[in-house]
Write a protein that binds this ligand. Structure first.
Ligand code: FES
Length: 172
């Protein structure tokens, strides 16, 4: 008796079905593992990755102490605004002072008026004299006056972490 392929149980139709079923299972299996490893990777990156769980929760700010340059680079009897540092450097003769640009009322940035020789706040009209002392408007106190020193190479250094009296000055 002759045996046909159909009798052996693997006709071409069965082969196709097996191949199709295996392929789908294989695909689903791969997709499942892929998702699993992606989830593990995401979890581990949360723990150990950049700004992950173990990354210190701190705010990086520029140092409050910085060099502003050679005293001679500031003209005599001048007020220089260092915008990036948010300070004014006031030079009168050989005396130097550093004032905050932040208005003591609600924190707007004050500007120096050369014509009037005063600091003025554009928000609510507070006025400060050349020494940073408030004399008009709602500002409750003088501008913050920061400590200034000379470093070992003779350059001016401002320390915004140290507020000093408005009468303090650095004489060079
Ligand atoms: S913020 Fe300067 S006067 Fe109000």
């Amino acid at each position: 008796m002759e045996t046909t392929e159909k009798d052996k149980g693997y006709s071409s139709e069965t082969e196709e079905r097996i191949w199709f079923s295996f392929s789908r299972r294989h695909f689903l299996s791969l997709a499942g593992w892929g998702l699993f490893f992606a989830a593990i990777g995401g979890y581990l990156s949360q723990l150990f990755g950049y700004k992950g769980f173990f990354y210190p929760k701190v705010i990086f700010e520029p140092s409050p102490r910085f060099t502003v340059g050679d005293p001679k680079s500031f003209p005599e009897n001048s007020v220089t605004k260092l915008k990036s540092r948010r300070v004014f450097i006031v030079r009168d003769g050989n005396s130097f002072k550093a004032f905050s640009v932040v208005c003591t009322h609600l924190g707007c940035a004050v500007e120096f008026s050369k014509e009037k020789d005063i600091f003025e706040c554009p928000c609510h009209g507070s006025k400060y004299d050349r020494n940073g002392v408030n004399f008009a408007g709602p500002a409750p106190r003088p501008l913050d006056h920061y400590e200034m020193v000379l470093d070992h190479s003779g350059r001016l250094v401002v320390d915004k972490s140290k507020v000093v009296s408005n009468k303090t000055e650095l004489v060079v």
